[in-house]
Design a protein around this ligand. Structure first.
Ligand code: G5P
Ligand code: MG
Length: 227
């Protein structure tokens, strides 16, 4: 476990299955002061609770399309505000939001109002051929967002969450057809988003075929910047 001296406000970018959720879990263990939120996890909870937003979002997700900016921006900015993350000293990590340049601009203007700023954006760069197999073997625990992979990090009991013992499920968007669409969406939206953060001088890229290779590089970036 390590402590960070400066407030860290991080964003993890990466293709579907690149390991954003996996790296988030590891970072939280290493740096307990960091709080995290995944936009995909929030949406899956809305779907499981059958809210109006969940019903709307589920159609987009099942087709591998992005949720309209306005809906996701409202969901995430409410989350930041409700959890009191909109302060200059808070330390947090975003997984999967912002995902378009427009979302990034709106987030920046929200943070500006609170004298806060995103200060490190890291892209996880994993070869495409490696991630398809991961997705097909993924199981999730929706209430917590915990992710498993039958080879890489299998649950202790097949089909059950390690902590709660509740059932694990497959994501409806984890199949070859939808995955191809999600990857395509990623390729279209990532260029402008990365340009935006590159212009701010806060974008870094870490590459590797496995999460074990990527994690030490990610940790080093964080320690160098915030310790
Ligand atoms: P999500 O939920 O944000 P994606 O597509 O961005 O979904 P995803 O699929 O959740 O990303 P990840 O978090 O990057 O992938 O990857 P992960 O879950 O950690 O790892 C994938 C699998 O690989 C796991 O089973 C893990 O155990 C395993 N694994 C990890 N490392 C290794 C390794 O080294 N080796 C092996 N063998 N396995 C490994 O978004 C879902 C949808 O929500 C909407 C969109 O419709 C989106 O498609 N959405 C938004 N729409 C608009 N704007 C936004 N901001 C939105 N955010 C979400
Ligand atoms: Mg994820």
């Amino acid at each position: 476990m390590s402590q960070l001296i400066k407030p860290a406000r991080l964003l993890l970018l990466g293709a579907p299955g690149s390991g954003k959720g996996t790296q988030t879990t590891r970072l939280l263990k290493q740096f307990p002061a960091i709080s995290s939120v995944s936009s995909g996890d929030l949406l899956r909870k809305e779907i499981s609770s059958k809210t109006q937003l969940g019903l709307l979002a589920s159609g987009y997700i099942q087709e591998g399309k992005l949720i309209p900016d306005e809906l996701i921006i409202n969901l995430l900015t409410s989350y930041l505000s409700n959890n009191k993350w909109l302060t200059p000293k808070s330390t947090w990590l975003l997984d999967g939001f912002p995902r378009t340049q427009n979302q990034a601009k709106v987030l920046d203007s929200t943070l500006d109002k609170f004298n806060s700023k995103l200060n490190l954006v890291v892209e996880l760069n994993v070869p495409e051929e490696v991630i398809l197999e991961r997705i097909e073997n993924r199981f999730v625990h929706v209430p917590s967002g915990r992710v498993y992979n039958l080879q890489y990090n299998p649950p202790k009991i097949l089909g059950k969450d390690d902590i709660t013992g509740e059932p694990l499920t497959k994501r409806p968007d984890d199949n070859i057809e939808v995955f191809a669409k999600r990857l395509q969406e990623y390729k279209v939206t990532m260029g402008p988003l990365k340009d935006y953060y590159e212009n701010q001088g806060i974008l870094k890229v870490v590459s590797g075929e496995t999460s074990d290779i990527i994690f030490p590089k990610l940790k080093e970036l964080i320690v160098n910047k915030f310790d």
